[in-house]
Design a protein around this ligand. Structure first.
Ligand SMILES: [Zn+2]
Length: 239
């Protein structure tokens, strides 16, 4: 079933997924596509199969910083669908891909019929809170290069060694001036970690990137495993 390409939906198991899969549609999402605007209504919930959804906080004066990344191990909009359907920040497609999409109302109905599905979505939201808190601490304490390496580890986990990326976008992701990104990216290129050509970034040596990353990638991963890991959602799901 294509929807099982998303790890959250796969956790439900085929039988339970089939209960609401007629409402899920596979959609292609282009680079830079707006998924939700700050304080905008969330009408659809996305369970990515590939690519990366990015949550970005925009400041007055033009500054913006990424606070969360969502890949095929997550979802966007589920908590909003259960509640008031408003997005807290700007959400865009950072790396193009595809997703299973469902109307927010249909998702809420499915979650209302199933304690296990609702629990899965709430636990994922708890993980997202952990990710955002870790990112806040990381941005305040860790150096630009260690943060960039952390960010690349997550990118590598979700899309592999190659990614479409402009330095302008990267500076938004890391939350520093473009000149700082250019300098650090140049240092990393000289050190043999990455190569960068117009609009595309390639990870040359993932071990070197791992060695130079701050601990936050591992910390976020362990939060995910602790909150989401090993739960037999399919065994307890009742629709
Ligand atoms: Zn960090």
């Amino acid at each position: 079933m294509p929807h099982s390409k998303n790890q959250l939906l796969a956790r439900l198991g085929a039988e339970q997924l089939a209960q609401f899969s007629s409402h899920l549609k596979v959609v292609a999402l282009g680079q830079g596509e707006l998924i939700a605007d700050t304080h905008g209504n969330v009408r659809k919930v996305y369970f990515p199969h590939s690519g990366i959804i990015s949550c970005i906080v925009e400041m007055k004066g033009g500054h913006a910083i990424e606070t969360g990344m969502i890949g095929n191990d997550g979802a966007f909009g589920a908590a909003q669908a259960l509640d008031d359907k408003v997005s807290l920040n700007k959400v865009t497609m950072q790396v193009p891909g595809s997703a299973s999409a469902i109307d927010a109302d249909r998702l809420r109905e499915a979650a209302e019929r199933s304690n296990a599905f609702r629990t899965l979505l709430i636990e994922y939201e708890l993980f997202m809170t952990a990710q955002v808190q870790q990112t806040a601490a990381c941005n305040a304490v860790h150096s630009v290069q260690t943060r960039m390496c952390r960010w690349l580890l997550r990118m590598h986990e979700l899309v592999g060694n190659d990614m479409p990326l402009t330095q302008e976008f990267l500076s938004e992701m890391i939350g520093v001036r473009r000149s700082s990104v250019t300098r650090v990216a140049g240092d990393m290129q000289k050190a043999g970690m990455i190569s960068y050509t117009r609009g595309r970034l390639h990870i040359v040596d993932i071990e070197l990137v791992t060695m130079n990353a701050c601990e936050c990638h591992d910390d976020v991963r362990s939060h995910y495993d602790r909150i989401m890991g090993g739960k037999p959602y399919s065994a307890t799901l009742k629709l």
